[in-house]
Design a protein around this ligand. Structure first.
Ligand SMILES: [Zn+2]
Length: 134
């Protein structure tokens, strides 16, 4: 579903985009929980907001990729939806947490999904994506 046809946020929260991920991505808001950051990073893939993806990835971990690689991957997919399957910690009073999710997308004409347990950590007060759990 193209973004213009949806009135709720691409992350599937049911909230208006500006009250949800788009407010964080385009207006410099900061996620209060690991789940919010996870949702906004999914939505950033749909918007090709590569700077946001880069900024919200822990500097110690992102040496394994590049903004160009992220852009190529995100742009090659048609993003179909996000399911949040589980959250552990990652709340406003926590410094670490994990979010298990399934992202649905179409690539090369086939519907596919990416299932991941992502680890998040608060760095200098801000939630950052670390990496997927082993
Ligand atoms: Zn959202």
């Amino acid at each position: 579903m193209p973004l213009t046809a949806t009135k709720s946020c691409p992350c599937g929260s049911g909230n208006r985009p500006l009250d949800c991920c788009t407010g964080l991505i385009l207006h410099g808001g900061e996620a209060q929980t690991a789940e919010q950051l996870m949702r906004s990073r999914y939505t950033a893939h749909t918007l090709l907001a590569i700077d946001y993806l880069w900024q919200t990835w822990s500097p110690q971990e992102r040496a394994t990729s590049s903004p160009e690689a992220i852009r190529e991957w995100a742009g090659s997919c048609q993003w179909l939806g996000l399911e949040i399957l589980a959250c552990e910690r990652g709340l406003a009073d926590d410094n670490e947490g994990s979010v298990t999710f399934c992202a649905h997308y179409r690539l090369d004409g086939r519907e596919q999904h990416h299932l991941e347990k992502s680890l998040f950590r608060r760095e200098a007060g801000l939630w950052r994506y670390l990496r997927h759990a082993d």
